[in-house]
Design a protein around this ligand. Structure first.
Ligand SMILES: *Cc1c(COP(=O)(O)O)cnc(C)c1O
Length: 367
């Protein structure tokens, strides 16, 4: 017997009686301010997906014995809505986030959901709260879908009840500055056969202490390594890119492959596509190791290094500490004050122009 899937045509909207004032643009720190409404869609194994609801933003009611609160049956997504110059609002490649949410949720036995119908409901939510989508370049509305197992049941089977919910947070421009990394070979974020390639809440709690420990040492983020050969995987919660002259003397943009260890970033995928379209240098998804990185820095072959993710788009790396040695990575040799390397800046600008619909692209999806 099949149970109902998500049906956007059944969406109901209850508007808030107490609309918030718009947030002060100068105080829009990431992920701390939320808009007036949220989207909730409940599921039970018996009756399938209920009618989606948009309602005033507020606390959820969850049974204390719910799967999510005991066993971290939770997966999430992060994407952004951008206001174009003509005031229309676009989401950036949201179908990629829907696919990734589906893949992540399958891994923790959460139920299948209709990706298109769910996205339709998200678009409705953004429309309801559209006054919160900032109209300045660099600003956007961060969209955070969560998917949780809500059945009260301590048995380690799977959650027969679930909820998808989505809320919105206006975000200001990421303050551009270069970051210092600490390459950690003792602690790992993900491992072969593990779940590093899924956006599961359970992946992030264990990374908090290592991350805060490197901040206490004066670094910004961890460069996560894996295995005896110190394979370079990701930085903090960003994918990691290197632009260098490789061992064969070729200019190459390289990032870790989708081998189950790294998170398949939408930004990563988009930057690889742009660089491949240019066709000006080699673009590779392959394993590189920390000794190779160090050798390139020492030989002067390291041109640029950067992290990539939805929150910042790209973020240039100026330094990396590895086995107690500090290595400086050039940002832009022609400009000592540069916060982006030339290639990093070009990638960033091309992506932002697509996100703000200055360059027409199928990646900008109107709400
Ligand atoms: C979300 C995330 C990224 C970046 O993914 P985007 O889709 O580009 O935002 C990279 N690494 C980790 C661990 C992440 O959680």
């Amino acid at each position: 017997m099949t149970v109902p899937n998500i049906d956007a045509s059944k969406l109901t909207t209850t508007l808030t009686q107490t609309p918030k004032a718009l947030f002060d643009k100068n105080k829009m720190s990431f992920g701390k301010n939320f808009t007036d409404h949220m989207l909730c869609i409940k599921y039970t194994e018996e009756n399938g997906w209920e009618a989606p609801e948009i309602k005033p933003y507020g606390p959820l009611q969850i049974d204390p014995a719910a799967f999510v609160l005991n066993y971290s049956v939770e997966t999430f997504e992060g994407m952004k809505a951008f206001r174009a110059e003509d005031s229309t609002i676009n989401l950036f490649r949201p179908e990629k986030n829907m696919q990734r949410l589906a893949t992540s949720s399958q891994r923790i036995m959460l139920p299948e959901f209709d990706q298109e119908q769910f996205l339709q409901c998200i678009k409705e939510l953004v429309k309801v709260d559209q006054r919160f989508v900032p109209d300045e370049y660099g600003y956007s509305l961060y969209v955070r879908p969560n998917f949780i197992g809500t059945e009260p049941n301590l048995n380690l089977t799977y959650s027969r009840e679930a909820m998808l919910y989505v809320y919105l947070s206006p975000v200001g421009p990421y303050f551009p500055r270069t970051v210092k990394l600490y390459a950690n070979s003792k602690l790992v974020r993900a491992w072969p056969g593990g779940v590093g390639n899924f956006k599961l809440g359970g992946n992030y709690a264990p990374a908090l202490k290592p991350a805060m420990d490197v901040v206490a040492k004066g670094y910004d983020q961890i460069l996560w390594l894996l295995g005896d050969d110190h394979y370079v995987t990701e930085v903090g919660t960003m994918n990691f890119f290197i632009f260098w002259i490789n061992d064969d003397g070729e200019k190459e943009l390289v990032t870790a492959p989708l081998d189950g260890i790294i998170l398949p970033g939408v930004t990563r995928d988009s930057l690889l596509s742009l660089a491949r379209q240019w066709g000006e240098f080699k673009v590779s998804e392959r394993k590189i190791t920390m000794p190779e990185v160090v050798r390139a820095i020492e030989d002067g072959r390291m041109l640029e290094a950067f992290g990539a993710g939805t929150a910042c788009v790209v973020c240039s790396v100026s330094e990396v500490c590895y086995e107690d040695n500090e290595y400086t990575i050039p940002v832009d040799p022609s400009n000592p004050d540069a916060v982006f390397g030339p290639l990093t800046r070009r990638l960033r600008n091309e992506l932002l122009d697509i996100q703000y619909a200055k360059t027409p692209s199928s990646w900008a999806v109107p709400v």
